[in-house]
Design a protein around this ligand. Structure first.
Ligand code: NDP
Length: 405
């Protein structure tokens, strides 16, 4: 009897809850806990309506260690899926250690006061998880997550050695909002505003955010997009797992409107993460801004178009140079029709479900704290194809002009 506890009741969590409910043979009992209980009720009602399954809902402030331990002791899940925010990662990992529970998340820990995206805090838990025969799977979303698996799948089946990696994340979706982020706006704006870092000849090299960009032509007629180089957390674990990588870069598409609005908000200090005094109250500008922006979970109904996220991997096979492009494209409209959420939540929520499934089945279970590329990519790739995120492989370099569709 497999029991899971999903923490957080936002866009990603809602997709994961729906997808887990579609697999009763794997996920026998599903609990959902979050800070705002009414949001858990909404997710549970939608799951009931779409799948006929009941999930149990609970209140939890996951910043509170004692409360988290108490809930885990009461529910005794086999696995905790942390789909709240990166701030809660360490508290929830501590609660898992205190109660003998395995752990999964989709984004690395961040302290509230500094926007640094590093695994070092969570990797320090490795020995403690190992000694208790518990498994922690880090970054089981799309990017990080599927992008790590695409890379390890390519390294396993297509190359003797991989030397260059470009991860390209395009959201070709459009909605009626003048400025909206496609996942939690506080985390999103912290991430995209950070100094850019990419891997070059054995070290990370810094450059100003949004200073390097190019045009990218997506396959399947999705269109041409301006993509900007930025830092993303999977570069840290992948460059360690594949020391043959001479260059590794992450690129994301942004519309001119998004960039213009972000620049203005940043110029006037609205993206700041340090508290300021306002009428004798301490206010964090970015948290206040988040309260004004649309909830990404509510964008599903009005969003059209597709996401297209993939990895361009260059290397050698039998001494010949080779390049492959592995990607998934996902429609906002069909994601919404199936789960009530747009494609960014959908493409994150499904890999969280697949990671949990493989852990519970013992196929991706090893004591310790691991990133996605540690495990055999094949069962994960099979599940992507059958459980909602089919992928394609093309043997060409989409960064070369002559290969543009
Ligand atoms: P949302 O803001 O939609 O949802 C976050 C949820 O967490 C909300 O229900 C929120 O509750 C809850 N929460 C926040 N703080 C606490 C707390 N202290 N205790 C309990 N619950 C809490 O975010 P998303 O669903 O868009 O994103 C979820 C996670 O997924 C984030 O960590 C994000 O970084 C990650 N992500 C990963 C991606 C990937 O590809 N790897 C892509 C996109 C997102 P409340 O409603 O009360 O605020």
């Amino acid at each position: 009897m497999n029991t899971i506890l999903i923490v957080g009741a936002g866009g990603v969590s809602s997709v994961t809850a729906h997808k887990c409910a579609q697999l009763p043979e794997v996920f026998h009992k599903i609990h959902l806990a979050s800070r705002t209980l009414s949001k858990c009720h909404l997710v549970a009602a939608s799951v009931r309506q779409r799948t006929g399954r009941e999930i149990s809902t609970h209140h939890l402030d996951a910043d509170n260690l004692d409360e988290s331990i108490l809930l885990l002791r009461t529910l005794r899940p086999d696995l905790l899926l942390n789909l709240a925010l990166p701030y809660q990662n360490l508290t929830l990992m501590d609660a898992c250690l205190a109660t003998g529970t395995s752990y999964l998340d989709t984004a690395n820990y961040e302290p509230r006061e500094i926007a640094r995206f590093e695994y070092k805090w969570q990797w320090q838990y490795h020995e403690r998880f190992r000694k208790q025969n518990l498994c922690a799977l880090l970054g089981s979303g799309f990017d990080p997550g599927v992008t790590n698996v695409f890379t390890s799948f390519a390294a396993k089946h297509y190359f003797d050695e991989i030397v260059e990696l470009d991860i390209v994340d395009v959201n070709g979706g459009e909605n009626t909002e003048s400025f909206a982020t496609n996942f939690n706006s506080e985390i999103n704006i912290r991430e995209v505003s950070a100094v850019c870092r990419h891997w070059e000849n054995g070290q990370f090299v810094e450059s100003p955010s949004f200073s390097t960009h190019r045009t990218f032509s997506c396959p399947e007629g999705i269109g041409d997009f301006e993509i900007y180089r930025m830092y993303h957390e999977e570069l840290e674990s992948l460059t360690q797992a594949y020391p043959s990588l001479r260059r590794a870069q992450f690129w994301m598409s942004f519309s001119p409107t998004y960039l213009r609005n972000l620049k203005v908000l940043s110029n006037v200090g609205m993206t700041g993460i340090q508290p300021v005094d306002y009428r004798e109250k301490s206010v964090v500008p970015l948290q206040f801004l988040k309260s004004l922006l649309p909830d990404p979970g509510s964008l599903g109904e009005s969003t059209t178009g597709k996401t297209c996220i993939g990895c361009i991997i260059r290397g050698t096979k039998e001494e010949e140079h080779r390049t492959i492009y592995i990607y998934n494209s996902c429609s906002h409209e069909s994601s919404f029709a199936e789960t009530g959420s747009q494609a960014v939540s959908y493409t994150t929520g499904i890999p969280a479900m697949i990671g949990a499934k493989l852990m519970l089945q013992g196929r991706w279970f090893e004591a310790g704290v691991w990133n996605m590329e540690h495990f055999d990519p094949d069962p994960f790739m099979e599940d992507l194809n059958t459980l909602g995120l089919p992928w394609s492989i093309e043997e060409h370099d989409p960064f070369l002009k002559e290969n543009r569709p």
